[in-house]
Design a binder for this molecule. Structure first.
Ligand SMILES: Cc1cc2nc3c(=O)[nH]c(=O)nc-3n(C[C@H](O)[C@H](O)[C@H](O)COP(=O)(O)OP(=O)(O)OC[C@H]3O[C@@H](n4cnc5c(N)ncnc54)[C@H](O)[C@@H]3O)c2cc1C
Length: 493
């Protein structure tokens, strides 16, 4: 791919900066309309927020509470489209809102009927009232003291990083060229207008120029950094907010249903959701001063999540039970004077009037396809390309993940053959790529993932022709990273 990205004399229709949900969606959209596309990602695909979500493809019950009906309708429609186009990666999940006060069942019952109604033809199944026995059958570990019943509804669940890789494969199949570990470090302009960019191959350090008719800044929470490469005085548009998740063993929530807490002490919703044989608890919303590539959960967030979850779980979870803790930064568009929890999840498109840089930020994973459609509609006009219609509403997403081989660890779903295929077919370059995003081992059990890092490095070295020094450096780097996710070890140290 890198050799194709460096082809001299080639002018791309679209240069997309950022390989998260937004950038990958744009690459799929533009390429499937027949435009030529180069996508450059600074780290690995989905290294940013797009591998750190709550893993829901949802309309957002919370946005309904906020009265943002238009956003809910759009997201519910996208939920239906995505389940149809990526059935191996998006599936239904039952959620139960347990009631401990007399008014909760009728109140949430009506709200969730409205949610069903707004989904229309894209519905995932009707919500219904559950009596106490039915709630316990769905969630065997629910706190029964004071339990009066509950409401069940359905939403979508997915593996975010795997969907990102599937989008990358789909874009490549449409002839887009995608490169990871290749940041955009400067723009090339003529008469004030952006005509291309300078990319740096992070492995060799070599820089090279690319030319493009339109450049899309799809770098999420990092978009202000890239805007400042264009205009050093650009005012920030992102108000970064961090959300943390804790991963627990499955026996804390052994049934098939998830718990949805509609109103936490800080006025948010919180979930406890079965995921890949574990349970995800999340999330929080904490304004942060800067955007880190590896945001770390704060002590207050961990405490808040455990305390809130333990009100609903019969067996209380403690820090030492946590298998992994991960945080992501929301690319919320700033609005002065509002807390981050009240900011919109809708996306913003911004065209710099001088340089023509097209920035897209905000939104949700669920609405990535719609965001991409908007960006490409504008981009092809800006670039004076032939105007072609979007085809992604019916475009199947390439969901084939490698299978087979010998398990590397009894507690982790990864085999030796998969490691090789991740390098060969999915552009994995580092141990972290394999253990955090091609597979989800780091999120499922940070300590077990650190244990198999040497074997993964060895398999990767064989495939990528690396030496002993590379293996040692990769294992050390991964273990350092995993230590930040293994909050149970820190608590017991
Ligand atoms: C805690 C949390 C929970 C969430 N849960 C959900 C959920 O359950 N469902 C849902 O629908 N949405 C959810 N979201 C929202 C969703 O995850 C985000 O909206 C989405 O992932 C943003 O994708 P993005 O591509 O815009 O940004 P990112 O995924 O951050 O991608 C931006 C990319 O740009 C790259 N980049 C930065 N600078 C450069 C450069 N100079 N050159 C090249 N590349 C560069 C970065 O490395 C990064 O990979 C959640 C968000 C958070 C924070």
């Amino acid at each position: 791919m890198l050799a194709r990205a460096r082809e001299r004399g080639r002018a791309w229709d679209f240069l997309v900066i950022g390989g998260g949900a937004t950038g990958l969606g744009i690459a799929v959209d533009a390429a499937s309309r027949g435009h030529s596309v180069l996508l450059a990602e600074r780290d690995d695909f989905a290294k940013g927020t797009s591998s750190r979500s709550t893993k829901l493809i949802h309309g957002g019950v919370r946005y309904l509470q906020q009265g943002n009906v238009a956003l809910v309708i759009e997201a519910l429609k996208e939920r239906g489209i995505l389940r149809r186009n990526a059935p191996q990666l998006v599936h239904d999940r039952a959620f139960v809102v347990p009631s401990y006060a007399w008014w909760e069942s009728p109140f949430y019952g009506i709200g969730l009927k409205l949610y069903d109604l707004l989904a229309g033809e894209y519905g995932f199944g009707a919500s219904s009232h559950l009596d106490v026995d039915e709630v316990v059958a769905a969630i065997p570990t629910i706190e029964t003291d004071g339990l009066l019943g509950g409401t069940r509804y359905f939403d979508g669940q997915f593996d975010d990083a795997r969907l990102a890789i599937a989008l990358a494969r789909t874009a490549a199949a449409q002839d887009a060229v995608l490169v990871n570990y290749c940041p955009v470090v400067a723009f090339r302009k003529s008469g004030g207008q952006i005509r291309g960019a300078v990319l740096r191959d992070a492995e060799s350090g070599a820089e090279f120029d690319v030319t493009a008719r339109v450049v899309v800044n799809a770098t999420g929470a990092f978009c202000d950094e890239v805007r400042r490469l264009d205009d050093a005085a650009a005012e920030p548009i992102v108000a970064p907010s961090q959300g943390t998740h804790l991963v627990l063993p499955r026996d804390f929530l052994p049934g098939e249903a998830a718990i949805m807490v509609p109103h936490t002490d800080d006025g948010r919703v919180m979930f406890a959701i079965p995921w890949l044989g574990r349970v995800i608890i999340g999330t929080t919303d904490v304004a942060v001063p800067q955007v880190d590539t590896e945001p770390r959960p704060q002590a207050g967030e961990i405490e808040f999540l455990l305390e809130t979850a333990n009100r609903y779980l019969e067996k209380p979870a403690k820090v030492v039970d946590v298998l992994s803790a991960f945080a992501g930064i929301r690319p919320l568009i700033s609005a002065q004077g509002k807390g981050t929890a009240a900011l919109s999840r809708e996306h913003a498109l911004l065209v710099d009037p001088t340089s023509g840089l097209l920035t897209i930020a905000g939104g949700k994973w669920t609405t990535y396809r719609r965001m991409a459609e908007d960006a490409v509609d504008i981009g092809q006009t800006l670039a004076r390309l032939q105007v072609r219609s979007c085809v992604t509403a019916t475009l199947a997403i390439d969901c084939n993940a490698p299978e087979g081989g010998e398990l590397l660890h009894p507690a982790l779903p990864i085999t030796d053959a998969q490691v090789t295929r991740f390098c060969r077919d999915e552009m994995a370059r580092r141990v972290e790529d394999v253990l955090s995003r091609r597979s989800r081992c780091l999120l499922l059990d940070a300590r077990a993932a650190a244990d198999i890092a040497p074997r993964v490095a060895q398999l990767m070295a064989m495939e990528l022709d690396r030496d002993e020094d590379w293996m040692a450096a990769e294992v050390a780097a991964f273990r350092k990273l995993a230590a930040g996710y293994d909050i149970a070890a820190t608590a017991t140290a």
